[in-house]
Design a protein. Structure first.
Length: 255
């Protein structure tokens, strides 16, 4: 009993998210039924909705979406959620249609009227609604988490050491997000990159300058004290070239 209790306590956030997902799926299917089919949601419709909620949640668990830390979610994590919803809904539909068990799907699809065609619209609409709602819930969670974490830091954070990040890719964005929402010693005043499509644009309101061989002039212009190199994908030759440019600035270099 103690082991079971410890299991549920340690997994409580994942279990809570699973039940929230199932509730959201039920709401999406019920609303889709009311909008597309138009009939009163009877017992058969409620059973089919519950089946979808269970199967889709099981597919999401199988795809390990509940192991993700959603405040660090990336686009591929949302794609996995969409794939889980699509696979779960398709599996549930196919089982009900071809298993030979009397069900709501067979009743409607074999109706021989326009209601059968309408059901396919309902299946697509409800699946899309589930994808949208589950992804939006996770995006909102991440947004609210970032706002709650960054707001007090931004209010109390003092001017730190003026810092320029070298590299305007994913690593830069992650580093910049962490610096801005934590009370650390750095204040990012600029970003440097070689990509002409990025130069002149902003990441989180921090301007991007370039090219990297001008990092000395850029650091002097921005009164930078620290240069942080954030290009993990660069090869050894490129790293040596970038470090060489940075060494000429006289700034502290962090990698």
């Amino acid at each position: 009993m103690a082991k079971l209790t410890n299991f549920f306590v340690s997994k409580r956030k994942r279990i809570l998210l699973l039940f929230i997902d199932m509730f959201a799926i039920c709401i999406c299917f019920a609303l889709s039924w009311a909008i597309i089919i138009g009939d009163r949601i009877d017992t058969a419709a409620m059973v089919y909705t519950a089946e979808n909620a269970f199967v889709i949640a099981a597919m999401l668990a199988l795809f390990k979406t509940y192991k993700n830390i959603w405040r660090y979610a990336r686009m591929r994590d949302y794609v996995v959620v969409a794939a889980g919803v699509l696979c779960g809904a398709a599996l549930c539909f196919c089982f009900n249609k071809f298993a030979g068990v009397p069900s709501l799907v067979q009743e409607i699809v074999n109706d021989g009227t326009d209601k059968a065609k309408l059901y396919y619209v309902f299946a697509l609409f409800s699946c899309g609604a589930c994808m949208f709602s589950l992804i939006i819930m996770r995006m909102l969670y991440r947004m609210i988490y970032d706002m709650r974490k960054s707001a007090p830091v931004q209010m109390s954070k003092r001017e730190g050491r003026r810092t320029v990040i070298v590299g305007a890719g994913q690593a830069c964005w992650l580093l910049l997000s962490e610096i801005q929402r934590t009370d650390c010693e750095y204040t990012v005043v600029g970003i440097v990159d070689d990509d002409n499509t990025k130069i002149g644009r902003n990441i989180d309101n921090i301007p991007i300058y370039g090219p990297i061989d001008k990092v000395g002039d850029i650091a002097e212009k921005l009164n930078a004290e620290v240069l942080i190199i954030a290009i993990p994908s660069a090869n050894k030759e490129t790293n040596r070239r970038i470090v060489g440019f940075c060494n000429e600035t006289g700034c502290e270099i962090r990698i």
